[in-house]
Design a protein around this ligand. Structure first.
Ligand code: HEC
Length: 198
């Protein structure tokens, strides 16, 4: 063996490669972290909705009732439109070409109030001509979803927005149309059923 490799062996024996030792997480850190964890769980556990609103949003259910009453407790047609109709007829009321007909400028919306009410109450299937274009889709019925007041607010909204200027509709008219078409069990069959009512 050469001198040189002997020297190497000696070096390796005397000065081994450093290695990473076991360095446990200090117990103090473990203690602090678990104390924080227990405190957080306890905090969430003991925070109930019945806590005074002063802890956060200071409004109570009573405040909302007062707010609603100050607007006359009126139903918001625009809000109902946004919740129930926007997906198909779009926020602009323009519908989607070839798929969902427009409410803007539609003869069904701007015609007799009863017509729009009946359409929204019972829905429509089959061929329906709107502004000279034929649609053949499926308009759902809303008679079970919206009461007379909501329906009146909604129909008034679509008849007075999107550039439409047909008059608003009151609750009594909706109630009368609901009564008059109570036998209608299925959606209207497009033009075949509705054209005669125009
Ligand atoms: C799932 C999609 C969809 C939803 C939701 C929907 N409609 Fe329709 N609507 C249609 C389709 C499709 C037609 C055409 C039906 C046909 O071709 O027979 C239509 C037709 C109409 C019509 C007559 C045609 C016209 O364009 O004037 C009116 C009025 C109408 N919808 C109002 C509403 C109102 C108000 C709502 C919300 C309460 C609503 N629709 C929700 C799909 C929908």
């Amino acid at each position: 063996m050469s001198d040189r490799s002997k020297q190497n062996q000696a070096q390796q024996r005397e000065q081994p490669e450093p290695y990473e030792g076991n360095r446990p997480v200090p117990w103090l850190v473990i203690l602090i972290v678990s104390a924080l964890f227990i405190w957080a769980v306890g905090y969430i556990w003991t925070t109930h909705q019945s806590n005074p609103p002063a802890y956060g949003d200071r409004r109570t259910a009573q405040d909302f009732k007062v707010a609603a009453a100050s607007t006359g407790g009126a139903v918001d047609g625009a809000q109902i439109y946004a919740a129930q109709c926007v997906a198909c007829h779009q926020a602009s009321g323009q519908g989607l070409p070839g798929v969902f007909p427009p409410l803007a400028g539609s003869e069904w919306v701007n015609g007799k109030a009863a017509l729009a009410i009946r359409i929204v109450l019972h829905g429509v299937t089959g061929t329906l001509t709107v502004k000279g274009t034929q649609y053949n889709g499926m308009m759902p019925m809303f008679k079970d979803k919206l009461n007379d007041a909501q329906m009146a607010a909604l129909i008034s909204h679509i008849r007075t927005n999107f550039g439409n200027s047909a008059g608003p509709v009151d609750e009594a008219t909706v109630a009368a149309e609901r009564e008059a078409t109570a036998d209608q069990a299925a959606p209207w069959n497009g033009d075949a059923d509705l054209a005669a009512m125009k």
